[in-house]
Design a protein around this ligand. Structure first.
Ligand code: NAP
Length: 250
């Protein structure tokens, strides 16, 4: 692995959904830039593999577990991360779930679960971390989805949660800009992770054919943009949503 400019040395990052997929790639990329990383999943055990990768990249890292949808537990966790790692400068809200179903068959439970994790989970962390981030000109990156921009049949709950994340992002950017905190969102398209693994080979082939850049995305495609937004290049960018989808939504 090539050595990168460690421009995040001395910074503490918290990444949710860090056990696998996009969150793991983000945690490792920030670690490679020198940040200390709090890797958050549903349990610390599930995040340990990512912690090991961050440590192998030369960074300090620690595993944490919480249900991102639980407000009080998230506040406790954010305080603990600061006590353990000596602050909090970079917050990446990446944890997310799908419970796909056509509107007429979607249960209230599946609607609420997706909103609770994807949208309220983001709000929980932003709220808990805001005071600290205001003291250190912190950065917030929220992971949405291109589906929150375009909509998608069978994903009313998920699309609503991700569109909500974009509105939250713009509003937080406005509220915290006077304290030089930036808040941006990323809208990934089809990225190869556990979340998309269930799609059958034929449907995937058709999907790839509809992606102008001719391939599905990798977790690293998203992680590199998070790195940019957390680094020196991101200091004058706020309130934006960046689509990373190989042109799928064009
Ligand atoms: P993934 O492989 O399914 O991983 C989901 C992550 O979220 C895991 O770390 C999981 O932790 C964590 N998580 C889920 N519910 C949680 C909860 N209630 N509390 C705490 N952690 C929770 O997902 P992914 O594909 O990497 O996606 C990451 C983000 O990108 C999500 O927000 C997703 O909506 C978004 N996204 C993905 C794609 C794609 O094509 N993959 C496209 C657009 C947007 P555990 O391992 O402990 O369960």
């Amino acid at each position: 692995m090539t050595e990168l400019d460690p421009y995040l040395k001395g910074k503490v990052a918290l990444v949710t959904g860090a056990s696998r997929g996009i969150g793991r790639a983000i945690a490792v990329q920030l670690a490679r830039r020198g940040a200390s990383v709090a890797c958050v999943a549903t349990t610390p055990e599930r995040a340990q593999g990512t912690v090991d990768l961050c440590v192998a990249a030369g960074a300090r890292a620690q595993a944490y577990g919480v249900d991102v949808g639980k407000t009080a537990a998230v506040a406790e966790l954010v305080a603990k991360v600061q006590a353990d790692l000596g602050g909090l400068d970079l917050l990446v809200n990446n944890a997310g779930i799908t419970r796909d179903q056509l509107l007429l068959r979607m249960s209230e439970e599946d609607f609420d679960a997706v909103i609770q994790t994807n949208l309220k989970g983001t709000w929980n962390f932003v709220k808990a971390a805001a005071r600290t981030l205001m003291k250190c000109q912190g950065r917030i990156v929220n992971i949405g989805s291109v589906v929150g921009v375009t909509g998608n049949a069978g994903q009313v709950n998920y699309a609503a949660s991700k569109a909500g994340v974009f509105g939250l992002t713009r509003s937080v950017a406005k509220e915290l800009s006077s304290r030089r905190v930036t808040c941006n969102a990323i809208a990934p398209g089809y990225i190869d992770t556990d979340m998309t693994a269930a799609i059958d080979a034929k449907a995937k082939e058709a999907l790839v054919a509809s992606i102008p850049l001719g391939r599905t995305g990798t977790p690293e495609d998203v992680a590199l943009l998070v790195d940019y937004l957390c680094g020196p290049g991101g200091s004058y960018i706020t309130g934006q949503t960046f689509v990373v989808d190989g042109g799928l939504s064009l």
